[in-house]
Design a protein around this ligand. Structure first.
Ligand SMILES: NC(=O)c1ccc[n+]([C@@H]2O[C@H](COP(=O)([O-])OP(=O)(O)OC[C@H]3O[C@@H](n4cnc5c(N)ncnc54)[C@H](OP(=O)(O)O)[C@@H]3O)[C@@H](O)[C@H]2O)c1
Length: 252
């Protein structure tokens, strides 16, 4: 069992949902986000329901890269080592390239890619030291192809972190003296703050609880990668990878 789990972006949506399920399974948690009040409330809720676990919370803006390393070190000390890190914090802002939305696109690129790189660096430093650990990167089904309009930068960052994870996996090939696993998760549509505006209209959207249960189930199997929920997203992923771009752009 990967007992001690750090989750970034745990103040809402998938991060908070996964925290609730891992807590119920007896995991100790280090939870980070900018909204510390949300994390404190979640901590109180989890400790009331499951008194026998440790839950630590940390204010962290993942775009403050020094703070990422500091908070990961502090969490490592507080929990007595990290067994799994879930790189989850993310942002869905953006606009069609060339329409004056550079600031929103840049913010998404920095948060979803450069800050995820900092989180992977901090996690892997610790895992290499311990020769053990599970790095989980939350990508997106949108990573399958280049996406149009406001999805463009977001999808590119999610493809970027999936490649980052694959590169780390490649670094581990042939190193026999460790138990380090790297998993890339490709969520489909799971209800959260990020997509609450499109929620009602999106036919393939699943509720937060259902989606997070599927996420935890997939993560605990420690696969190389997984589409979540598996149905219909694993099959749709094959279509998205192979269909003409003119078809793919109508699927999102
Ligand atoms: N929901 C879906 O359908 C779906 C599909 C594919 C992929 N994903 C991915 O799943 C992850 C979680 O998203 P969600 O759907 O749960 O959305 P959400 O409810 O908006 O949660 C996003 C989380 O990221 C944190 N965050 C954002 N910017 C941050 C920053 N600069 N520093 C630290 N934390 C930051 C937020 O916390 P604070 O604001 O408190 O800092 C929040 O906890 C994201 O990476 C997203 O791209 C979601």
């Amino acid at each position: 069992m990967r007992k001690n789990i750090l989750i970034t972006g745990a103040s809402s949506g998938l991060g908070a949902g996964m925290a609730r399920i891992f807590a119920a399974k007896g995991h100790n948690l280090a939870l980070t986000a900018r909204r510390l009040d949300r994390l404190e409330a979640l901590k109180a809720e989890l400790l009331t329901a499951h008194g026998d676990i440790d839950v630590e919370v940390y204010a962290l803006d993942v775009n403050d890269h020094n703070q990422v390393f500091e908070v990961f070190k502090k969490a490592t000390k507080d929990l007595g080592g990290l067994d799994r890190v879930i790189v989850n914090a993310g942002l869905g802002k953006g606009g069609r390239i060339g329409t004056g939305r550079f600031e929103a696109n840049r913010e998404t690129a920095m948060t979803n890619f450069v800050a995820a790189l900092a989180q992977c660096e901090a996690a892997m430093e610790h895992f290499y030291e311990r020769k053990a650990g599970h790095l989980v990167v939350i990508s997106s089904m949108s990573a399958m192809r280049g996406m149009p309009g406001s999805m463009n930068t977001y999808a590119a960052t999610k493809a970027g972190i999936a490649h980052l994870a694959e590169g780390i996996r490649s670094d581990l090939i042939g190193r026999k003296d460790h138990d380090i696993v790297v998993t890339t998760i490709y969520p489909g549509y799971i209800a959260s703050e990020m997509n609450e505006k499109v929620g009602q209209e999106q036919r393939l959207m699943v509720g937060t609880d259902t989606g997070c249960r599927e996420l935890v189930k997939a993560i605990n199997k420690e696969p190389v990668d997984a589409a979540v929920p598996q149905w219909p997203w694993a099959a749709l992923g094959v279509v998205m990878k192979n269909a003409p771009l003119s078809v793919v752009r109508r699927m999102v």
